[in-house]
Design a protein around this ligand. Structure first.
Ligand SMILES: [Zn+2]
Length: 229
């Protein structure tokens, strides 16, 4: 059997393995997804924080207006002599005071809420920075590894024409058929008396007859098997 069949198989196996390795490289899809998810959450929390700040500002304006109303009604109360007016003003002031108390409480709650949201924003900003750095790292690694594997593949592929040129048309046909049938590993060899692809121990009869055959095949997996003449 022509040794070039086995040499070509070794070369094609190396090409396949490099191609698989390239396909399996992490191109950063997961890292980018994580970064984008973090950004979405960060933007949502920022919007929430802005909403809380806006509500707080509105309540503060309301508090200010309520306080000035209280001051105004108190001034009127001080200068009022009518019993009817006094009663009405006192009632009004009591209502306004209650409102002021409620506003004070609401504003305090909004301050607390705003503070925890700001804390969360800080954490998310740090997380986003880390996610961005991870994207850069993975993408850099991917570019480096891709370039390296492409160069290795180009070198291997460049060796192929010279090697395939050593095969006769019949040998080429046999090689291609076995390669396709056996998922890219169509030619095996004998290692420690067995088929290197399927591991089956080859019989003595086979080993005796094979060296004179043009295309010996493994007794078990039926791959072409290289046996030196
Ligand atoms: Zn086999």
């Amino acid at each position: 059997m022509n040794r070039a069949l086995l040499d070509l198989q070794h070369l094609d196996s190396a090409i396949l393995s490099l191609s698989r390795e390239k396909k399996a490289l992490d191109d950063g899809t997961n890292a980018r997804q994580k970064r984008d998810e973090t950004r979405t959450i960060l933007e949502a929390v920022r919007a929430e924080e802005q909403g809380v700040a806006k509500t707080r500002s509105t309540r503060e304006d309301e508090l200010e207006a309520t306080e000035s109303k209280i001051a105004k009604q108190k001034a009127r109360l001080n200068s009022s002599s009518s019993a009817h007016d006094v009663a009405a003003l006192e009632k009004d002031i009591a209502g306004l005071t209650k409102t002021r108390g409620e506003l004070d409480e609401t504003i305090l709650e909004l301050m607390d809420e705003g503070e925890s949201l700001q804390k969360r924003i800080g954490e998310l900003e740090a997380e986003f920075k880390r996610a961005e750095a991870e994207v850069a790292r993975v993408e850099g690694e991917f570019t480096k590894s891709s370039t390296d594997l492409d160069a290795q593949l180009a070198r291997k592929r460049a060796q192929r024409p010279a090697l395939s040129g050593k095969l006769s048309p019949v040998e080429t046909e046999k090689y291609v058929a076995s390669f396709k049938k056996h998922g890219g590993l169509g030619v095996s060899e004998i290692i420690k008396g067995g088929c290197s692809a399927c591991g089956t121990t080859l019989s003595r009869d086979f080993l005796r007859a094979a060296p004179s055959e043009a295309f010996p095949q493994c007794e078990s997996c039926s791959r072409l098997i290289f046996v030196a003449a």
